[in-house]
Design a binder for this molecule. Structure first.
Ligand code: AMP
Length: 193
């Protein structure tokens, strides 16, 4: 099962991806998590990405694609994956299409988690108080939401045009949203084809 989760920052896609990874037995691949790990490890890539991430901007397509390719080459991704935070713009969507075509691993589903902006702002404010992620401060969140609207909305249109997009209401408890996602996944969900 190869799944892409799309949603604004704070839409709950990371949380849902964590739950789906357990339910489906396939890895959660978050480009945000991979980048944060590189920042924490102080690698060259991490040092390059740090300031960009703290400003709520997008890290270069080249860096993120290289990182993703490496991650997809790990053995656990052979059974499938839940991609979270990628693709974030049209160039990344095209790069992903080409990469998966080359690997002969087409996507099974693209799920958009929809949450109104005000709910997101409230959620991320409380995450900022609890986790203190630098890019969760209210001003940066507003910037991240505008980056999402400008750059990620065309990605949604791209998958809609391909007939691959499915939408889920992301307002409600974690369990309720998970159940909605599980209900729309293809019948092969949970098997490792
Ligand atoms: P996330 O945890 O997905 O919200 O990502 C946190 C930050 O990491 C983003 O605001 C970007 O700075 C960076 N990032 C994550 N994924 C990508 C991506 N696909 N392309 C560019 N930057 C990314």
């Amino acid at each position: 099962m190869r799944l892409v989760l799309i949603g604004a920052p704070g839409s709950g896609k990371g949380t849902q991806a964590e739950r789906l990874t357990v339910a489906l037995g396939i890895p959660h691949i978050s480009t945000g998590n991979l980048l944060r790990a590189a920042v924490a490890a102080g690698t060259k890539l991490g040092r390059e990405a740090k300031a960009v991430m703290e400003a709520g901007k997008l890290v270069s397509d080249e860096i993120v694609l290289g990182m993703l390719e490496q991650r997809l080459a790990e053995p656990d991704a052979e059974a499938g994956f839940i991609l979270d935070g990628y693709p974030r713009n049209l160039a990344q969507a095209d790069a992903l299409d080409r990469l998966l075509e080359r690997l002969a691993q087409p996507l099974d589903s693209v799920v958009l988690i929809e949450v109104p902006d005000q709910v997101i702002i409230d959620r991320v404010e409380s995450r900022f108080r609890i986790e203190g992620r630098a890019d969760d401060d209210p001003e940066t969140v507003r910037h991240r939401l505008s980056v999402y609207a400008e750059q990620t909305a065309p990605v949604v249109a791209h998958y809609r045009a391909l007939g691959e997009l499915q939408m889920v209401d992301g307002v409600g408890s974690v369990d309720a949203v998970l159940a909605r996602i599980m209900a729309i996944l293809p019948a092969s969900a949970g098997t490792t084809d």
